[in-house]
Design a binder for this molecule. Structure first.
Ligand code: SOE
Length: 391
């Protein structure tokens, strides 16, 4: 007889784009990986009773609810997964932590440093009782990114000099694209900067094992007014009557100095026509370089500068071998993974950390550090000065 594993009751708040991909992850993680606890998709929560009930059926949640406070109060919920816009992260996550629930929270952690500080403080108190937190910087869980990190940690790039990072999308290039909540500062905190710039801040710090020490930034909003949205969930929105102001940046660029001496250039935009979800990272070190593009996410390019120039070049490594992190849970070599797998790996690593009673990464303290970089870029752009990131 197979041993019955303990369960982890999950309550998810929000059911749009992020809710859909998180649901997929909660449903598949224990079916493909050996986990110490079996996730149980207890309840999904949203304000519209009919729609959230439909989402529960479609995504495989046992029940639906319309008030997140009811979710947090339930004894059968051990973990709260926050998939709502940023303006509600702090309130929901802090209440959940105070109720003794583990929290997985979508990125960026909050809409301001003050909120992120309160969340990190609540997480530190909760950690003393064994309650854990994680922030959804999912791209860390792409196998090619894990390989990039390993190459740097193994010293294969030598001393790091350049970090070049871009996150390029084009879903706002059309000036008539409606005002989704992501264009409203009071809901989203910032625009391209926090939504996608946060990912490359986290990724480059993760791969290099270093931290950004100071930044000089520039934000720009190309289209200042758009049709108001009638129905806005995630990236898609339907135009309603009238127009309204865009209150966030369309693009964010910044230069960065890393504590270990490397220098970096960063760019995040939703106006790069033709680029759909291009996360491009190139790192140059004294012994070699690596390059990654999420639009070819199963591949990492590696240049070994210790080889003779006549043979060196960039090697195209297809990161689909069973020895590559997480790959053995899936398909035979060469069959490749997609966007959703990063979310499944996130659940795998989170549930394993809970099983081992260790801290998952990145946790709320890491999320706060990224928030400080975001705020420094914004202040730098407003004041046209370099800004240090407080440690
Ligand atoms: C929208 O730009 C978005 O959905 C981000 O919010 C996600 O974090 C990213 O994974 C894809 O793009």
């Amino acid at each position: 007889m197979t041993e019955q594993k303990a369960t982890l009751g999950v309550g998810m708040i929000g059911y749009a784009f992020m809710g859909a991909v998180h649901s997929h992850a909660w449903r598949s993680a224990h079916r493909f990986f050996d986990l110490p606890l079996t996730p149980r998709m207890q309840v999904v929560c949203g304000r519209d009773a009919t729609r959230v009930a439909e989402a529960a059926t479609r995504f495989g949640w046992e029940e639906s609810a319309t008030d997140w406070r009811d979710v947090i109060a339930r004894d059968d919920v051990d973990l709260v997964d926050v998939c709502t816009p940023g303006d509600t992260h702090a309130e929901i996550a802090i209440a959940a932590l105070e109720a003794g629930k583990h929290v997985l929270c979508e990125k960026p952690l909050a809409n301001s440093v003050a909120e992120a500080e309160r969340m990190a403080a609540a997480a530190a108190v909760a950690a003393e009782r064994g309650v854990r937190t994680m922030v959804g910087f999912t791209y860390r869980r792409v196998p090619a990114i894990a390989l990039a990190k390993k190459l740097v940690a193994d010293g294969r790039l030598g001393e790091l000099h350049h970090v070049r990072a871009q996150y390029l999308q084009d879903w706002l290039a059309d000036p008539e694209a409606p005002l989704s909540w992501r264009l409203d500062k009071s809901k989203a905190g910032s625009g391209a900067l926090g939504d996608i710039g946060a990912h490359v801040i986290d990724l480059t710090q993760h791969i290099t094992g270093d931290r950004i020490q100071e930044v000089s930034g520039m934000l720009e909003t190309f289209v200042k007014e758009r049709p108001v949205a009638e129905d806005s969930s995630g990236l898609s929105a339907t135009a309603g009557a009238g127009r309204g102001p865009v209150t966030v940046d369309d693009t964010a660029l910044f230069l960065a100095r890393f504590a270990g001496g490397a220098v970096g250039s960063f760019e995040a935009t939703r106006f790069a026509t033709g680029r759909k979800n291009a996360i491009r990272i190139e790192i140059n070190g004294s012994k070699g370089s690596l390059a990654f593009d999420f639009e070819d996410m199963n591949v990492l390019h590696f240049h070994d500068a210790t080889l003779p120039d006549t043979e060196a070049g960039f090697r195209r490594i297809v990161v689909t071998e069973p020895e590559h992190q997480w790959v053995s849970g899936w398909w035979p070599p060469g069959h490749g993974l997609g966007y959703e797998h990063g979310f499944t790996h996130q659940v795998v690593d989170l549930v394993r950390a809970l099983g081992d009673d260790t801290d998952p990464a990145p946790n709320f303290a890491d999320g706060l550090q990224v928030q400080r970089v975001l705020a420094a870029v914004e202040t730098s752009s407003d004041t046209r000065t370099w800004q240090e990131i407080p440690v």
